[in-house]
Design a protein around this ligand. Structure first.
Ligand SMILES: [Zn+2]
Length: 317
């Protein structure tokens, strides 16, 4: 169809039709995402989360992926929202705003919002612009909106970090400042936070130990060192005859695992390695229940979701 040949009226009508179609497709996308999430398929193909799968494989922007995930979860909980989104009464941006704020509110109060109250909030944002929605939510949740955090890129070498912190946090910051005063008597806020972060990273990021401590036998590139998800050791798992005792993995071995994995999830398929740095755990390739031990060859670094995914698979064998 050559749009130039359409009259003004026809063009406006066509535009409206296409927009309706776009919303129908959006609902389809949300249903597909719901099913992918239900089957946890993103784990199977090497992504640590639905969000990672959507931003990397489906090429959504970070914000667009997040909006769709929030809308998908909202529809899953309250199916009545589907019609409101598909009719255009409720935008997925406003749905995402409510979902985020309810999560913050739950974190703060420890209480889940009742369904009727949730529906009232969603109804209140129908046919509202983003600005109107912000205004409404600020009046409903004055405290939740105060805990905003932001990171802005100011230049190639500078970032602006904005945080709203509690009195407790301020006290900890003052204490940290006095603790480093022997080295830096007039430490700025940035220097104090950076010193605290350095201590945390040196303690928690086991992959940052000097490279010479790593096992020279092991390959060093992330791709080469990645351990295939379905690799089985020596022999197929035998059903446990008795409950085997899980022994703590020695710190030295743990450190070596972290260094070999470069502090990233080692779950890998033929096409990609997960590489998540979030919630990493040392996993037994051959489960302890099937006689797997703490030998370095039987250990690998997985993110928590891939660790659980493998554990679920092992119990289904
Ligand atoms: Zn992973």
């Amino acid at each position: 169809m050559n749009l130039r040949n359409l009259s003004n009226n026809e063009l406006l009508q066509e535009t409206k039709k296409i927009v309706v179609k776009e919303r129908e497709v959006l609902i389809e996308v949300l249903h597909h995402l719901k099913e992918v999430d239900h089957r946890k398929l993103y784990l199977e193909i090497g992504f640590p989360s639905l969000w990672a799968y959507m931003t990397i494989d489906l090429k959504f922007s970070e914000a667009a992926a997040q909006r769709r995930i929030e809308a998908m979860r909202a529809i899953r909980e309250l199916p009545v929202l589907e019609e409101k989104i598909s009719s255009g009464a409720l935008s997925i941006s406003n749905v995402a705003k409510i979902q985020t704020i309810l999560r913050q509110d739950k974190k703060k109060t420890g209480q889940t919002t009742q369904t009727a109250e949730k529906l009232r909030l969603f109804e209140s944002l129908e046919h509202k612009s983003q600005k109107e929605a912000d205004f409404f939510l600020a009046s409903e949740f004055p405290d939740a909106l105060k805990i905003k955090e932001s990171v802005k890129i100011k230049s190639e070498t500078e970032n602006e970090l904005r945080l709203s912190v509690s009195n407790e946090f301020r006290k900890k910051l003052d204490l940290a400042k006095s603790l480093i005063s022997h080295k830096n008597p007039n430490a700025s806020l940035v220097e104090t936070i950076e010193a605290a972060l350095d201590i945390l990273i040196s303690k928690k990021d086991l992959a940052r130990e000097p490279a010479q401590k790593a096992n020279p036998q092991k390959k060093s590139s992330p791709e080469q060192s990645a351990k295939p998800a379905h690799q089985s050791l020596h022999s197929p798992p035998q059903p446990p005859l008795r409950r085997l005792k899980r022994l703590a993995i020695p710190a030295k071995v743990k450190r070596e695992i972290w260094q070999n994995a470069k502090g990233q999830c080692e779950f890998a398929t033929a096409h990609r390695r997960c590489e998540s740095r979030y919630q990493l755990e040392v996993d037994h390739q051959m489960p302890v229940a099937f006689g797997g031990g703490n030998e370095i060859e039987n250990l690998r670094l997985y993110c928590r979701d891939h660790n659980r995914y493998e554990a679920r698979k092992a119990t289904l064998l």
